[in-house]
Design a binder for this molecule. Structure first.
Ligand code: ADP
Ligand code: MG
Length: 254
């Protein structure tokens, strides 16, 4: 059996005295979509950033394709101890953010090509062909030569997804990818994410969109104040929530 792309065990993370993650376990097996839901401030973004080592954590393990992250130091001084491993993990877990984070001074094509060229040092012609392919795939193949400001929010987010795909990552991490978009633009991004899920991409998705979470997920995790309050397959979690907190959360979000 292949190891899960992401495995997080008993993860603890604090910002100073503020304990944000209090022993979280999450597994994203190859080809599965795991969604993270929960109130604002429950630690969802922090968990995603810890998974791809954008953020240090004080305790617990992070495994990438079965390979444990090597730490140096402990507690507040703990950080990844093997730089090459850290870069490999980060580049294999591409992140899509709420605010797109495209480079304003680069065209859409340059945005998508940037990291494969500079971080992965791949061949330019090959990267360009791949960037055009992914921009086509997300439906904006005709926008290669324009700048981000000339696109709608939904188009910018699709460009950000193409940029993540162009890294040929082992998994995609989404942090509220549709929450900065107007409702009519939200659906074009949801459609792209649904297509990626149907293709069998491994994804860890933080979302406030319960309908999308229900449609795309193999597994849904409900975080509350840095702990997993409840988790399960979407059909169970959404139709038969067991905890009062999840019931309360769903009653205001669905
Ligand atoms: P969510 O994504 O679920 O809304 P976050 O992971 O962003 O939650 O935040 C969890 C908690 O950690 C919040 O209380 C937030 O204020 C705090 N927090 C997040 N990032 C930082 C930071 N860089 N420094 C200090 N506190 C932070
Ligand atoms: Mg967040």
């Amino acid at each position: 059996m292949t190891s899960p792309v992401i495995e997080i065990q008993n993860l603890h993370k604090a910002y100073g005295d503020l304990e944000v993650l209090k022993g979280v376990d999450i597994t994203a097996p190859t080809g599965h979509v795991v969604s993270l839901i929960g109130s604002s401030g429950s630690g969802k973004s922090t968990l995603l950033r810890c998974a791809n080592l954008l953020e240090d954590s004080q305790q617990g393990e992070v495994l990438f394709c079965g390979e444990p992250v090597i730490w140096k130091g402990s507690g507040r001084n703990r950080q990844p101890g093997d730089h090459a491993q850290m870069i490999r993990i980060r580049t294999n877990l591409s992140m899509v953010f709420q605010q797109f984070n495209l480079w304003a001074h680069m065209t859409i094509l340059q945005n998508v090509m940037e990291a494969p060229l500079t971080v992965l040092k791949r061949d330019r012609a090959e990267v360009e062909a791949s960037a055009r392919k992914y921009l086509d795939k997300v439906g904006i193949g005709d926008k290669c030569d324009v700048y981000p400001a000339q696109l709608s929010g939904g188009q910018q987010q699709r460009a950000a997804i193409a940029r993540a795909l162009c890294m040929e990552p082992k998994a995609l991490l989404f942090d509220e990818p549709t929450s900065a978009l107007d409702p009519e633009l939200e659906q074009e991004v949801v459609k792209v994410i649904k297509d990626l899920a149907a293709e069998g991409r491994t994804m860890l998705v933080v979302t406030h969109d319960m309908r999308m979470a229900r449609d795309i997920s193999d597994h849904v995790v409900f975080l509350h104040q840095g702990r997993i309050e409840e988790q399960g397959p979407p059909e169970e979690l959404f139709t038969n929530p067991k905890s009062d907190r999840l019931r309360g959360f769903l009653s205001v979000t669905q």
